[in-house]
Design a protein around this ligand. Structure first.
Ligand code: ADP
Ligand code: MG
Length: 646
């Protein structure tokens, strides 16, 4: 046979790429097995297809499978398939050459790349496939025979400059790739690739859903045994993969129990999901997606580095967890699998982020998930309520992050309201209940429900029967600031700007009422001016209020001012902010305010009046759950006043 062995040189570019592989551009060496199994799986697919289309091809396709064989003595690991195999020409063309375009350019860029990460992400565009074997092996032997031919071929290389190729007789149909593992140097853990547990683990992680059985032969199996000429193999080999790629099956053939079990397997959840989304996209970019909306939130949903729940597969080969290119941050609770057919196995996160097709897939998936939640809302309100309870806070981040879906997200929003203490409302329901002439959606944000409900700002709205949304999630502070309207109805914080309920239908908007109001403002002008000077350190304006019925005073902001909660949030995040001064509104019909008014008219420089002004401001702050600038001083002033009064 030596006489017919030829030694050939690798193409220059192939050689350079091999050098990169050998000097390990990958931090994760385990992936070599994924690559070889994926090639074997492709070869089995091809053989089956060819046997269906070419009736002359005499091959046995009754037991297509992949076998992994370990020889500890020889330190070899063999990946064997009984698939399509290769002719000698195939081997030279496919294995000896990199027939892919752009190799030279890629190599040049890799040389310029500053670090291993950058190099790895570049190489991801490419996929080293078969050559990844050289990360762990210092010699690779490939034996193969093409289905429908008699002559086998042996190819061997150490991955340096050359390879040998020779004909071989008596080979079974299919391909075997034998890796002569590099000597262990302690750190690499290369010895592990001979260990059954390690092989099991890698197969489980990367190749569990490959549709052909991946078997591990516990005893070395000879080529003769495979071709069936020797005695029957003694022990039944262990199948390592589950092969259960549910997403690849038509929806009609999968049971709810199977979906649920699959979900639990990938999510490590112990409950069934709230909703399952299963889809297949055909056309230029084919993929299948199987996504789940969990029934409950994980404990770390709001921690800084929560991972996204979507895994990426390429033709049933696991590529990565936490595929952020496929799901926006605000849908991080969605779990599942996307199996794209036309990506390289080595595709990197970086490349995915910039891939136009992936962006299109993501857009489609987002729409699917939002539609699923919307459908729950209309068809299964109990589940919708649960989903919203668990994930509403996260979904609302979408109002800030995802402007493409603002309208859909607003339809999904469910909020507590003054309309019904027990039941949350959607915005659509709110709008349906709006009073005649009302065109704005009133809301108030705050830290908790009780605080918002008891806030003085609510008074006039409650008195006049206007419904107010009670928004208590931190994210509410932000989105209400950014989204102007729902379905043409403006959002209006009742703690911001001027509230003019008098313009609404049922109130008395007569000329007489307007004249009264003007008169009152004139009466109070001197007091307001004096208060504004006295409290200048704390407030930017003092004015009369139309929103109070029982309280003496409240604090409000201008339309574009930060709310106190938001201000607190920013400060907690370490942001430097100038002090946000608010507006003090007084209730001109309250006895304290009328008395203050009179006292001020009688003798404007009474020093106790300044103390009372401060107390009015402090009480307004306390009433809305705010923090006093100087609690000790407030308490002292209050104690003095009380002592005086007794
Ligand atoms: P890719 O799989 O992306 O094409 P690889 O480097 O992994 O790149 O493999 C190169 C080619 O070698 C494959 O496309 C296939 O034609 C051939 N090949 C590799 N392994 C096998 C195998 N086990 N059986 C048949 N052909 C194979
Ligand atoms: Mg491959």
């Amino acid at each position: 046979m030596a006489a017919t062995t030829e030694t050939l040189e690798f193409q220059a570019e192939t050689r350079q790429l091999l050098q990169l592989v050998i000097h390990s551009i990958y931090s994760n060496k385990d992936i070599f097995l994924r690559e070889l199994i994926s090639n074997a799986s492709d070869a089995l697919d091809k053989l089956r297809l060819e046997s269906l289309t070419d009736s002359d091809l005499e091959v046995d396709t009754s037991d297509l499978h992949i076998t992994l064989e370990v020889d500890k003595e020889a330190r070899t690991l063999t990946v064997r398939d009984n698939g399509i195999g290769m002719t000698r020409e195939d081997v030279v063309d496919l294995i000896g050459t990199i027939a892919k375009s752009g190799t030279a350019g890629l190599l040049a860029k890799i040389k310029e790349a500053k670090d291993a990460d950058a190099a790895q992400s570049l190489i991801g565009q490419f996929g080293v496939g078969f050559y990844s074997a050289f990360m762990v092996a210092d010699k690779v032997t490939l034996q193969t025979r093409r289905a429908g031919t008699e002559q086998g071929t042996v190819w061997e290389s150490d991955g340096e400059g050359t390879y040998t190729i020779a004909p071989a007789d008596g080979l079974p149909v299919g391909t075997s790739v034998t890796l002569h593992l590099k000597p262990e140097d302690g750190e690499d853990g290369l010895g592990d690739y001979l260990a059954a547990w390690k092989i099991r683990q890698i197969v489980k992680q990367y190749s569990d859903f490959i549709r052909w059985p991946i078997r591990m032969a516990t005893e070395p199996v000879s080529a003769d045994a495979e071709s069936g000429t020797a005695d029957e193999a003694t022990s039944v080999p262990e199948t390592l993969n589950s092969m259960k790629a549910l997403w690849a099956r038509p929806r009609s053939e999968v049971t709810e129990t199977e979906y649920s079990e699959f979900y639990q397997q990938i999510s490590h959840d112990w409950q069934a999901p709230a909703e399952t989304i299963h889809m297949r996209a055909e056309g230029t970019f084919e993929y299948e997606a199987l996504l789940f909306i969990p029934a409950h939130a994980p404990f770390d949903l709001f921690s800084r580095d929560t991972r996204r729940g979507v895994q990426l597969y390429v033709k049933r080969v696991f590529i990565m967890d936490d595929c952020d290119a496929l799901m926006p941050n605000y849908l991080r609770f969605v779990k599942g699998v996307v199996d794209a057919h036309d990506l390289s196995l080595n595709v990197s996160r970086e490349i995915l982020q910039h891939d136009r097709q992936i962006t299109a897939v993501r857009r489609r998936l987002v729409k699917k998930v939002l539609t699923a939640v919307k459908d729950l809302q209309t068809k299964n309100s109990e589940t919708y309520t649960k989903v919203w309870e668990q994930f509403g806070r996260v979904l609302k981040e979408g109002l800030i992050e995802d402007r493409d879906n603002t309208d859909t997200l607003l339809e999904l929003v469910s909020a507590a309201s003054t309309h019904d203490a027990e039941k949350a409302t959607t915005l659509r329901e709110y709008v349906a209940r709006m009073r005649e002439g009302q065109d704005t959606i009133y809301y108030l944000t705050g830290e908790n429900r009780a605080m918002v409900e008891n806030s003085p700002h609510m008074e006039a709205f409650a008195a006049k029967g206007y419904e107010v949304l009670i928004l208590t999630d931190p994210v509410d502070e932000v989105w209400t600031d950014q989204i102007p309207a729902f379905d043409g109805h403006r959002f209006q914080s009742i703690a911001k700007g001027q509230v003019d309920l008098d313009n609404d239908a049922d109130s008395d908007g007569s000329d007489e009422a307007k004249a009264d109001k003007a008169q009152r403002e004139q009466d109070f002008a001197a007091l307001l001016a004096w208060l504004q000077t006295t409290l200048a350190e704390h407030v930017k304006q003092v004015r009369l209020s139309t929103r109070l019925t029982t309280s003496a005073a409240c604090l409000v902001g201008d339309a574009h001012d930060l709310t106190p909660t938001l201000e607190k949030m920013y400060r907690a995040m370490g942001q430097e902010l100038p002090q946000v001064k608010r507006i003090l509104e007084l209730n001109p019909t309250h006895p304290l305010i009328t008395a203050l008014h009179q006292a001020h008219q009688a003798g404007a420089d009474d020093p106790t009046l300044a103390d009372i002004a401060e107390l009015v401001h402090g009480s307004a702050l306390l009433a809305e759950g705010g923090d006093l600038p100087d609690p000790a001083r407030f308490t002292r002033l209050l104690t003095d006043r009380l002592t005086h009064a007794l």
